[in-house]
Design a protein around this ligand. Structure first.
Ligand code: BG6
Length: 299
């Protein structure tokens, strides 16, 4: 568009035409020419919406806290540098990345993809967080849209001279209509850590994983592709790169009631299928970078 034309357009129209723009509530809205859209909050670089064919694909709780005082219950929070809690590293559950204000680096367009990038560096953290994980690092996080796909890619750069260790996970909450009709394929014959059975190691014997109670499992060394189906129809394909593991989580009735930022009945409408490297620590040498991510396709 010629710059003189941009000059005469009202602000709302410029925003509408731009592939990515900042909103009044500290988020970036991405628009793909096909009509697909995504929204990413600067808080946690959390993707809080992904729409394909005018239908929301991510679950965000109606009770999610969006004022920056707590990680957002839904969308895609970024877990880093710990998964769960850790005796030696005194950080809150799932680390600081999902609770920090990230910097918006800018828009990138490449072929058919519209993408935005965010970054988080150690000097943006609170002093207590830097002391708990005293390393110099930079995270770059890219969120990219095509007509039917959402790509989220995390790059970790070790800016220290010494090696550090981390765990990371893209904690994706998928929107579904009825958990009793959901099946996840691509996990059969894998060993998982069952967090609802005292971390027992179990081999997945089912061809498709269905959910009829609280599920909190870390499947280790998962092949690149996992599919979520509902009512016999494939709904989402998740292809991961650089990440080794996949967590499947649904809190079910009692846990749902115990969470202040999650509706009592919402467990029917979500399933978390989370790609990550969490079963073992990732070791990253000084000056080195590590890349991991996922491409989710709405089928
Ligand atoms: C999952 C964990 O990744 O996240 C669960 O495996 C945890 O154990 C869940 O309960 C939600 O965590 P949080 O901190 O967002 O309530």
């Amino acid at each position: 568009m010629p710059c003189c034309l941009v000059f005469f357009l009202p602000f709302f129209l410029i925003s509408y035409l731009m592939p990515a723009h900042e909103t009044s509530h500290k988020s970036i809205l991405l628009k793909h020419p096909s009509g697909a859209e995504a929204e990413v909050r600067l808080f946690g670089a959390t993707v809080t919406s992904w729409k394909v064919d005018n239908t929301e694909r991510l679950f965000v709780s109606k009770d999610a806290i969006l004022d920056g005082s707590k990680a957002i219950r839904g969308g895609i929070p970024v877990v880093f540098p710990i998964f769960g809690t850790d005796e030696k590293i005194k950080l809150p559950q799932h680390g600081f990345a999902r609770n920090s204000d990230w910097e918006y680096v800018g828009l990138l367009t490449d072929n058919d993809e519209v993408s935005v990038r965010f970054s988080l560096k150690d000097n943006q953290l609170k002093q207590s967080q830097r002391s708990a994980w005293p390393h110099s690092f930079r995270l770059n996080y890219t969120v990219a849209l095509t007509e039917k796909t959402l790509r989220t890619t995390l790059v970790v750069k070790n800016e220290d001279e010494d090696t550090f260790e981390f765990k990371t996970l893209l904690h994706t909450y998928f929107q579904i209509s009825d958990i009793s009709k959901v099946a996840v394929s691509g996990l059969s014959n894998l060993t998982y850590i069952d967090k609802v059975q005292n971390a027992a190691k179990v081999v997945e014997e089912n061809q498709k994983v269905t959910i009829a109670g609280e599920v909190d499992r870390v499947y280790a060394n998962v092949p690149e592709e996992v599919t979520i189906e509902e009512d016999g129809q494939a709904k989402y394909r998740i292809v991961k790169t650089g990440m080794k593991d996949t967590v499947v989580w649904n809190p079910w009735i009692d846990k749902a009631k115990g969470m202040g930022d999650f509706g009592d009945e919402e467990y029917h409408n979500m399933v978390c299928v989370e790609v990550g490297s969490v079963a073992d620590w990732v070791k990253l040498g000084g000056g080195q970078t590590w890349t991991g991510g996922q491409v989710i396709t709405a089928l």
